[in-house]
Structures are given as C-alpha cells and as structure tokens.
Design a protein around this ligand. Structure first.
Ligand SMILES: [Zn+2]
Length: 416
C-alpha cells in the first residue's frame, strides 16, 4: 500500500450513501432528484474505471493522461514535497490494471502509484524526480477518446500556475470530527437510583464531562454535550442538538437498574431493525414535520418513494456503523468493567433514531448493584469508564474518519 493510501474499509459504501443522503437532503427539490438519479454517483458498484496512464513530454510540460470509463463526480489535487509528489483523489472511481508507468516514461516521472480509499475513491500518486507545478482537468469524449483526466506537470517558472493546495494549507481547512455525548436523564428525571441514593443523572453527567475533556484534548476531535448541567431534556431534543452540531457520532450515557441487586456489568446498545423501520414509517407519516429531523430539509417536498429509499439506505448503513462503534466500545469497556454481555444489544431507544448519525447507548454499569454503585460514585472509576469510552471512539475513527476531517489526514501521516 502506498504511503498516501488509506485502508480499504468494508462498510465504506455506507459512508458514500450517507454522504449522498446528506448532500441530497441539503440540496432539496428537483436538483436533488437529478443528483440522486445520476447512477455513477449513487451506486458504489458502478465506480468509474480508471486506466492508463499515457504520458508525453513537450517543452517542459509532462502530460499524464488517465482514461476514464465515464464522467467522474469530481477530483482534487495537492502537492507534497520531499520527496516531490502530486496526489490526485478521484471521487467514485477505481483502478483497472496496475496504472504503472513503462518504457518511455518522461524523465520527470519516477512512477505512478494508486490506492483505493474508503472503497469509493481512487488516490493516484505521481512520484516526481523534480519539483513541478501541476494543472489538472477532465476532457470530454472527442475523436475516438473517451473521458480523460489530464495532469500537466510544468517544470520551472514557465508553467501557468493553478492554485495548488499544499498539504499544509489543506489541513487548515479540514474539520474536526464531532462527537455528541448525551448524559441520560436530568432535571426532574433522575433516572435510576442506587441503594445508597446515587442518581443516574448525576453519575452519567460526571462521566460525560470527563469523556468530553479527553476528546477535546485530541487534535481533530471535538465533543459536544447535549446537556452540561442538571436539566431535563426531551429525547428528541437530544437528537436535535447533536444534529445542530453536525455530530459524526452520538453516544448516550446511562446506568442500568434491575430489581435483582446481583445483576451487574456494562452493556452497549444500537438501534434495532424494528425500531428503525417503525421510525422510518413514522418519519414518512409525519413528513410535514420531518424537516427538523433531517438536517432542516423539507423531506415533504420529495417524492415519497424516493424519500423512503433514501431514509432506508441511510438508516441501514448508519446501523452498520453504529455496530462498529458499539463493538469497539464493548472491547474497551471490557477492560475496566465486567460486561453484561459480550454482544452488542439492540433496542428501539428513541435517542438512537438518527437516520444519519451512528449512535450508541452505553449502560455504564448497574447502579442497582451495590458494588457497581460504589464504583460509579468514585471519581477514579468514572475516569476509567470515560477513558474506555474514549478508546472505543478512537478505535472507531481509526477505520471511519471522514475524508474531510483533520483526523483522517493525521492518521494518514502516522500510517505513512
Ligand atoms: Zn438511563
């Protein structure tokens, strides 16, 4: 795998679809319909095939041409130094053949590498022997040639410069991943109460604050709390707040209770399929009111069948990603506490019903169990739980950092 290449991820279609849903929803109306109808973009199985390259050199300009099986959704280009290289990310594409350079390669080019990123994007890396200024564009079919991606490499000062985004400048624009932490209950709703009177709403807020601090200390990560004090919040409002902050993840924190005081251990929940389908039905039934639930976009303006397909796709894949996160959390929680079950649990909890934000609900421990109640009160143990949850989130993003996030580029560097 080339150093700039990201790991191929199985659930990446999920991300493409969700990203698509977000875009479609944010565009709204007819334009959205036509975007959705563009098959190249929507169906990950139909990625644009990239082959070549063909190369030529003339008057200090080296031209590298990749043949495309159709129009691409977009591409971006940036330059890295020491060693000199040009990186081109092609959206919704994959390589055919090895894309290597052969005999007759212009002297500027050391070689060409490629890697599939996140399943759907193709990263092309042109290794150069000397500094050059790239210019790239896509050509439409003419004279027996199909679509082509052309990269012109200008040596010396003669080249017409295209504003090149260097790796550094690139990173400044990259965003933090946002983790919404939702301490359960609050205000008039104390949640479960332990034998010594410990209230769920207080201990989960304490753990949430510690978790937020750990997250905020990490470059590229940002935590937002749905509540940062002892206040009552309706369940839907918790989701709404996460969405308002454009959360990438939603983590709801709770403490379990059972009439049987011996029951103990942590568990992690994701939305059950039944919960999901009834939620979709609800959304479609209440389309007039659904606006604020789908990123502020009026789903009511959409064709109902399209809306249902979109929601369905999005929800399915969000659940897949939630499962990923839940499993990572269980693994790390298992190191600081007994697990109630090694498996991720499924339930129709209302706070897990965002169709586009992977969401988990963590029952940190049983507050009804005297030993676990004692631990939940301990600052040291609260910190251990927060650390375990943080590690779960970190592990999740190791495979799932969004492409436009600072985290993704930091990870690439440490992998390179
Ligand atoms: Zn609770």
């Amino acid at each position: 795998m080339p150093e700039e290449g990201g790991a191929v991820k199985q659930t990446s279609h999920a991300r493409l679809r969700r990203e698509l849903l977000r875009r479609v929803l944010s565009l709204g109306g007819l334009f959205a319909l036509s975007t959705f109808a563009s098959p190249q973009v929507v169906f990950a199985g139909r990625l644009v095939r990239v082959s070549g390259p063909r190369m030529s050199e003339s008057k200090g300009v080296t031209r590298v041409v990749f043949d495309l099986s159709g129009p691409i959704a977009g591409h971006s280009l940036f330059v890295l130094h020491e060693p000199e290289r040009v990186v081109i990310d092609v959206r919704g594409a994959h390589a055919v053949g090895n894309l290597r350079t052969g005999k007759g390669t212009p002297s500027l080019l050391r070689g060409v590498r490629h890697a599939q990123r996140n399943g759907n994007d193709l990263r092309l890396v042109l290794d150069l022997r000397r500094k050059a200024t790239p210019r790239s564009f896509v050509l439409k079919p003419t004279g027996g040639n199909g679509y082509r991606l052309v990269v012109d490499l200008h040596e010396g000062a003669s080249g017409r410069r295209q504003p090149v985004v260097t790796a550094r400048a690139h990173e400044h624009k990259r965003r933090d991943v946002v983790i919404a932490i939702d301490p359960g209950h609050g205000g008039k709703d104390p949640g479960a109460i332990g034998p010594r009177g410990t209230r769920e709403k207080d201990v989960v807020l304490a753990v949430a604050r510690r978790l937020a601090n750990k997250i905020n200390r990490q470059p590229g990560m940002k935590a937002v709390l749905t509540r940062d004090r002892d206040v009552f919040l309706p369940l839907r409002e918790r989701i709404r707040r996460a969405r308002r902050h454009k959360a990438d993840l939603f983590v709801s924190l709770h403490a379990d209770a059972s009439p049987d005081k011996r029951v103990s251990g942590s568990s992690v929940y994701v939305l059950s399929e039944n919960g999901a389908s009834s939620e979709l039905a609800r959304w479609l039934a209440e389309r007039e009111n659904a606006a604020d639930l789908v990123g502020g976009v009026k789903i009511s303006k959409m064709d109902s069948q399209l809306a249902s397909v979109l929601l369905d796709l999005s929800q399915d894949h969000t659940i897949e990603e939630s499962l990923d996160l839940a499993q990572d959390m269980l693994n790390s929680l298992g190191k600081v506490n007994r697990l109630r079950s090694r498996r991720v649990e499924k339930a129709a909890f209302a706070v897990l019903k965002s169709p586009d934000i992977p969401s988990v609900l963590v029952e940190t421990a049983f507050i009804s169990n005297p030993r676990e109640e004692r631990r939940l009160r301990s600052k040291a143990h609260q910190d251990k739980i927060a650390s375990a949850l943080y590690r779960g989130i970190r592990d999740y993003f190791r495979d799932n950092a969004p492409d436009d996030s600072l985290l993704a580029s930091l990870q690439q560097k440490s992998r390179g």
